[in-house]
Design a protein around this ligand. Structure first.
Ligand SMILES: [Zn+2]
Length: 83
């Protein structure tokens, strides 16, 4: 048994995140494994990134406090940047 997380989880299925691509303007759902979160020293250097499943472009978007909480709670791999 794993310890319960603080946040409520949906009844069934893996956690997915809705995301949009600024390159081809398609929107899609991504699993936690498809996303990377980088937490910098300030909000300006905190962002999440993924590869668009439609056009293959690397997308990087700023991550606010709420998004960081959402992603980390959903099991997205987090990288802490220094400086
Ligand atoms: Zn795209």
């Amino acid at each position: 048994m794993t310890a319960a997380a603080a946040c409520p989880s949906p009844a069934a299925g893996p956690v997915v995140f809705r995301a949009g691509c600024p390159h081809c303007r398609s929107s899609f759902e991504l699993a936690a494994a498809d996303l990377r979160l980088a937490i910098g020293a300030s909000a300006r250097t905190t962002f999440y990134s993924f590869t668009c499943p439609e056009c293959g472009e690397a997308v990087r978007k700023p991550a606010g406090e709420r998004i960081v909480e959402l992603l980390t709670g959903g099991g997205v791999r987090t990288m802490r940047l220094h400086g």
